[in-house]
Design a protein. Structure first.
Ligand code: ADP
Ligand code: MG
Length: 252
């Protein structure tokens, strides 16, 4: 194996030269970044920097104009959205989309990945397995005591956690979250930071966020985007004191 190959194998996600052009406007422009397994990376940057578009590209919602997205050694730019989900990438959108009329339990249950032909004889075993998985995830997302509540009665923050739970139950290797603490109280933000810290035992997490307190609480490393490119990257201390970042983002 050559050196480049050996290196690329160590990353869970390697984004290289990624570009997407909308009618000539490059929303993402020759972007490269690399995620280690079990890392929490936060992408920050001004509105319109291309952050959400990066998640759209990784999950296959938007097709890249050029460049490469290697996930666990697989080239994602050639795959369809459902194939990308199957390969272990889960993505949460900005607004929560839980099923309001279902209970917390049912929301998690319907998100549990279904196998192929389930025989009657296996049904009981299977449901016990689902119940165990639902309870385990409910504990992680602070909703163990709310399992029988309809989702419509949850607070905005609890709905966000439920939606994270609906992804977790599918056991993605990479979990991507777009502004997960927007609209949350300070207490809920703290708990969300704890939630994300907990799940990195089994997951790599890519988060877009503006709240710098929250970013500092969770990030292993921060990537700052501006005009579709990486403006700065490193520890929270590094990017916070980078004059380029202060000029285009933090100073505003
Ligand atoms: P951010 O999440 O950093 O605020 P976005 O990724 O949403 O930024 O958008 C980056 C830029 O790309 C914006 O100027 C936006 O208007 C543009 N853009 C995003 N998606 C599309 C699209 N599907 N078609 C055209 N322009 C788009
Ligand atoms: Mg966005």
């Amino acid at each position: 194996m050559n050196a480049a190959k050996a290196q690329s194998k160590d990353f869970l996600l390697a984004v290289e030269g990624l570009t997407v052009s909308f009618d000539g406007f490059k929303a993402v422009d020759d972007l490269s970044f690399y995620l280690d397994p079990k890392e929490i990376r936060v992408i920050i940057g001004p509105n319109g920097a291309g952050k959400t578009t990066v998640l759209d590209l990784i999950c296959g919602k938007t097709k890249a104009t050029s460049g490469s997205i290697k996930f666990d050694g697989k080239e994602l730019t050639r795959l369809k959205e459902h194939q990308i989900v199957h390969s272990g990438v889960g993505r949460k959108f900005q607004t929560p989309s839980v099923f309001e009329d279902l209970t917390v339990f049912e929301n998690l249950e319907v998100s549990y990945p279904q196998g192929h032909s389930v025989m009657g004889a296996l049904a009981f075993k299977r449901s016990a397995e689902v119940v165990a998985a639902v309870e385990d995830v409910a504990e992680t997302i602070f909703l163990k005591d709310a399992l029988e509540q309809p989702a419509s009665l949850l607070s905005h923050g609890q709905k966000q956690w439920l939606e994270i739970g609906m992804l977790l139950i599918q056991k993605p290797d990479l979990l991507m979250l777009d502004e997960p603490v927007a609209g949350m109280s300070v207490a809920e933000r703290k708990k969300t930071a704890e939630l994300l810290r907990r799940i990195t035992k089994d997951h790599t997490v890519l988060v877009i966020e503006h709240d710098m307190q929250f970013v500092g609480d969770i990030a292993d490393r921060v990537t700052v985007m501006h005009q579709g490119k990486v403006l700065s990257e490193g520890s929270i201390e590094h990017v916070k004191s980078d004059p380029k970042v202060i000029e285009v983002y933090l100073g505003h």
